[in-house]
Design a protein around this ligand. Sequence first.
Ligand code: 13P
Length: 284
Amino acid sequence: MAMFNILDDAFDKSYAVPQFNMNGMIWLETILKTAEECQAPVIVGTTDRIVDTLGGFRLLVQTFRVMKEELNITVPAVLHLDHGQSVERCLQAIDAGYDSVMFDGSSLDIEQNIKSTRQVVEYAHQNGVPVEAEVGSIGGTEDGVYSDMMYADLNDCLRLVKETGLDNLAPALGSVHGRYQGEPNLGFKEMEQLRSHTNVPFVLHGASGIGDAELKQAISYGHAKINYNTELNIAWSDALRNVLNDNPELYAPLEILQPSKEAMSVTIEKILKRTGAYQQSRKN
Ligand code: 13P
């Protein structure tokens, strides 16, 4: 089956497509609307841990498709499973109609990571779905769960690419999920070395809090997908806190939620500019 990988154009032209994680309906609506306004390709991510809270794979796929239709979205926009926790979960997401999946075997030893990633890739490719996989450990806090950071080993990265046929590689090279404690310290030397040995697009997790210059450098080493969750959630929660603190008598959801949608939209536009995705759909 023919495969559409939204990263191919970005990788060719040296920009990156941001993945914004959705944590509820207003995220989805705001991400899609802002991407269309900015004429930018976009990836909507759902971490595996939040899928069931949001109604499950099938509901998410149908909601995503209908929302795109209702909003007349013309820019490339895909639904992606972030940090798929098992082979079975990735296969379920593919069956439900996800456009791409990530299998996260980073907690496994490399042999098992390769074996499981290969199983996901085989099934995904039969269904025209590209696969992202992780080596090393991104670390930090995601969905309230903390894990340690561990740099990806070069040989493990190359083995994972060669032995599984994956489409996009997420090597853990210094970025962390959630808020950074101190300054981010990305492994550019390792990125350069890895890039000189392989030609697959890379994925940068834990991008919230990484400055423009470092982001540009990571993109120059072939990071064609950049993942954001925390930065949007901070924009959303700050706006929500302000509106409730300023208006203690307010209870109408639409009025309460409007400022947080606007704050997320401003953040999304900034990120689309930062990654170079802004206006890319106008150029194609
Ligand atoms: P942040 O927590 O830095 O936004 O990263 C999100 C992410 O990488 C999702 O996979």
